[in-house]
Design a protein around this ligand. Structure first.
Ligand SMILES: O=C(O)CCC(=O)C(=O)O
Length: 266
């Protein structure tokens, strides 16, 4: 799929796959590095569900850092979100063999269970991108993400009590598939779910989300005033993304730094 087709697919279907972003000869070493960091820093609650999950992975492992500002990825990201886009999340996400299917949701800031959310009905506008960096090939067997094509145009999603059971299969669902080294790009509004991994190998990915310059992401920052205010008043929970220590930020590739300049420790 070329870049023009990818723009079209994101707008019409809510997703596309950009292939060959991480070169074939480098993808195994990135995968191993992410898998090691996940063993060391993975969250126990996710592990219990068969998922390796490290929020703010870039703080602990920079093996993917040089690719996050890849020219083609940034043409797509900034073509959709406008100039000076930034990274809002980096999360290692590994589906281990035997994990169960997850529930339908749209991502932050459209997930209605989050403290920081755009309340439904939200406008039909692309405001945030979710990318899954496929460090293993994604297939129907190993947990290629479940998607409902076109659902990004809806003004709500199954986290918002809209009459769609988040736990039930949806009639038009598909698996996202593609070779290792590719990037699955989603409009963050698209209804998606973790798929069961029925293979005998881990499906390794990093979920990187990109935000336009104007979107306030401070609710994700541990200890921020916005986070305390929104969590305190709503009784809801929220994801968190720890800030980057200066020495980690200073060591990032020069092209990648602008994506994280807003997320450096005070
Ligand atoms: O790992 C996947 O395939 C889906 C992950 C997901 O749903 C998410 O990060 O919001």
């Amino acid at each position: 799929m070329n870049l023009q087709q990818c723009f079209q697919r994101v707008r019409m279907d809510g997703f596309c796959v950009l292939e060959n972003v991480v070169p074939e000869e480098e993808v195994a070493s990135v995968r191993e590095s992410v898998a090691r960091a996940t063993e060391e820093y993975g969250r126990e609650e996710a592990q219990a569900k068969g998922i390796g999950h490290v929020p703010g992975l870039i703080r602990y492992d920079q093996s993917l850092a040089s690719y996050l500002a890849d020219a083609e990825v940034m043409r797509l990201v900034e073509g959709l979100l406008g100039p000076a886009a930034k990274v809002s999340f980096t999360s290692a996400t590994i589906n281990y063999p035997g994990n169960l299917r997850g529930s339908w949701h749209a991502d932050w800031p459209f997930n209605q269970k989050n403290a920081g959310r755009i309340p439904a009905p939200y406008p039909d506008a692309l405001m945030h991108l979710t990318t899954l960096w496929m460090l293993s090939p994604f297939s129907c067997e190993n947990g290629g993400t479940l998607l409902v094509p076109g659902s990004h145009r809806a003004t709500n999603n199954p986290t918002g009590d809209m009459g769609v059971d988040p736990q039930e299969p949806y009639p038009t669902e598909v698996h996202a598939t593609g070779p290792a080294g590719g990037v699955l790009v989603l409009d963050s509004r698209i209804w998606h779910a973790t798929a069961a991994n029925t293979s005998d190998e881990a499906r390794v990915s990093v979920v990187v989300r990109y935000a336009p310059w104007w979107l306030n992401t401070r609710v994700l920052m541990p200890g921020s005033a916005e986070r305390e205010r929104l969590l305190g008043t709503s009784g809801r929970t929220e994801n968190e993304q720890p800030p980057l220590p200066h020495e980690v930020y200073d060591g990032l590739p020069v092209e990648t730094k602008p994506l994280f300049a807003h997320w450096v420790e005070d």
